[in-house]
Design a protein. Structure first.
Length: 115
């Protein structure tokens, strides 16, 4: 059974940091491209960034310089390091794994940035 489990979310003040985790099981994790996607209240899901199976990572312009994606294939885990958080980063953060036609989503982890 394939599982993607996000964790690490929570409440943080503006300017703070959080590290999100996406742990996978039931798939050959190292083969998968992993995206982080977020959904803010009342808004559509938006891409945050992604990392290839070989470790090439990129993030969208709105978080560039603040967010970093990395992976540890030995631990079947992808990380989203979020620094200098802003209230507009408040959202549920999901990881999404894909290779070919296979695609899987996690259940999400809530991030709240507020003073």
């Amino acid at each position: 059974q394939v599982q993607l489990v996000e964790s690490g979310g929570g409440w943080v003040q503006p300017g703070g940091s959080l590290r999100l985790f996406c742990a996978a099981s039931g798939i050959t994790f190292s083969s998968y491209f992993i995206n982080w996607v977020r959904q803010a209240p009342g808004k559509e899901r938006e891409l945050v960034g992604g990392i290839s199976s070989s470790g090439w990572a990129n993030v969208v312009e709105s978080v560039k310089g603040r967010f970093t994606i990395s992976r540890d294939n030995a631990k079947n885990t992808v990380y989203l390091q979020m620094n200098s958080l802003k209230p507009e980063d408040t959202a549920v953060y999901y990881c999404h794994a894909s290779v070919g036609s296979a695609t899987f989503w996690g259940q999400g982890t809530q991030v709240i940035v507020s003073s």
